[in-house]
Design a protein around this ligand. Structure first.
Ligand code: ATP
Length: 355
């Protein structure tokens, strides 16, 4: 057994964050190897109320130096800045640590979870690559509001930013090795200069990967195709805002946000968190589905394993995914969002028993 111990910064955050993180930590301890040292750090709206800031510098530094970060969810609708905007420390963290690749696997674990008819487990299996640090979100703190009458946010697309996310997408397609390997460029190149530029950069990077099929879809049409023929997709790459929107649509195809894990990955750091937010409507009620968080922990294991050449970590990821598969393959097993009657703790325990 490897002696490696990974230092993991844990940011539980607000709402259902702490409830789902707790289940992921139990699962990670249960797999036995590799081993982890978990250190909790304050963040989120609750932290703002206590110490005056939602993302203290010490927390950012701890995330920078950790081997990886596990994040629950942050922000609460009633706790806002003076200008009325919500606190978004999880988005700030992406920028501060340059976590440019938003990796969102969409996988159907049980056909009953999907609103689409006639699909079995595994029939939906694709990954959305969301560019995380530019695009429309580049305007996040810099949009213009003039005389209370005009408001402008700008779409910012850079060559280097597009190249690296598109390259990540093609490399991922090669690694997934599906037949055929395919990367879909999601844009609106027929209307916007910024999107035509995004597509031209995609084309140049695609030249480096002759074995991977090129595919193009305008974001509006793609929203329909994803519902009509989700089997056609392998890896999709999109600018920040389009990636944000299609991620939620895609999560809806496989059971909702409680089934959608994600990784925010940069050259030197990575944060793993469920695609959902703090879900204040169900916080503290034992209704939160912990699977998205547990699968995010599995993504973290795979990332650590590949980065450090650690076979046990990669195996651990596969074991967690198999355990989730086994538990939810039984009809009615799960929390209410996926048609079950289990509580957060009961579902976590069922997965841990299989592990
Ligand atoms: P944010 O702005 O942070 O994304 P939000 O309230 O818009 O927050 P979510 O917190 O993701 O979005 O919640 C959207 C809906 O999905 C809510 O009705 C919530 O109860 C439900 N939901 C989100 N996560 C889960 C989960 N893990 N288990 C069950 N239901 C969930």
């Amino acid at each position: 057994m490897s002696e490696k111990v990974y230092n993991i910064a844990v940011l539980k955050g607000d709402g259902i964050g702490p409830e789902v993180v707790e289940q992921a930590l139990i699962a990670l301890r249960e797999i036995g190897a590799p081993r982890f040292s978990f250190t909790e750090h304050p963040c989120g709206a609750g932290c703002y109320l206590e110490c005056g800031e939602p993302l203290p510098d010490a927390t950012v530094e701890a995330c920078r130096t950790a081997d990886a970060v596990l994040l629950g969810a942050m922000g609460l609708p009633d706790i806002r800045w003076d200008d009325g905007t919500e606190m978004r420390p999880q988005i700030d963290l992406r920028i501060l640590l340059d976590l440019y690749a938003g990796v969102r696997p969409i996988y159907l674990y049980n056909g009953d979870h999907s609103p689409l008819k006639g699909l079995g487990a595994g029939a939906i299996d694709f990954v959305i690559l969301r560019e995380n640090v530019e695009g429309l979100f580049a305007s996040m703190n810099g949009g213009i509001e003039l005389r209370g009458e005009v408001a402008v946010d700008s779409m910012v697309i850079t060559r280097s930013g597009t190249e690296r996310i598109v390259r990540y997408a093609f490399e991922l397609a090669v690694q997934r090795a599906r037949s055929p390997m395919r990367v879909t460029c999601v844009d609106k190149a027929n209307v916007f200069k910024s999107m035509a530029f995004f597509r031209s950069v995609y084309d140049r990077v695609a030249d480096e990967f002759p074995d991977v099929e090129r595919d193009y879809a305008y974001v509006d049409a793609l929203s329909m195709y994803l519902v009509q023929r989700p089997r056609d997709y392998d890896v999709l790459v999109a600018e920040n805002m389009y990636g944000d929107i299609i991620s939620d649509l895609a999560a809806g195809l496989v059971g909702g946000l409680g089934m959608a894990p994600s990784g925010d990955i940069g050259p030197d750091a990575a944060v793993f968190q469920p695609s959902h937010g703090t879900a204040p409507d169900i916080a503290g009620k034992g209704l939160a589905n912990p699977i998205a968080m547990i699968l995010s922990a599995a993504l973290m294991l795979r990332w650590l394993g590949e980065r450090h050449g650690d076979g046990e970590a990669v195996q651990g990821a596969a074991r967690i995914e198999e355990a989730v598969q086994r538990v939810v393959s039984e009809a009615g097993a799960g929390t209410p969002d996926i048609g079950g009657t289990m509580t957060t703790g009961e579902l976590g325990k069922a997965i841990i028993e299989v592990l």
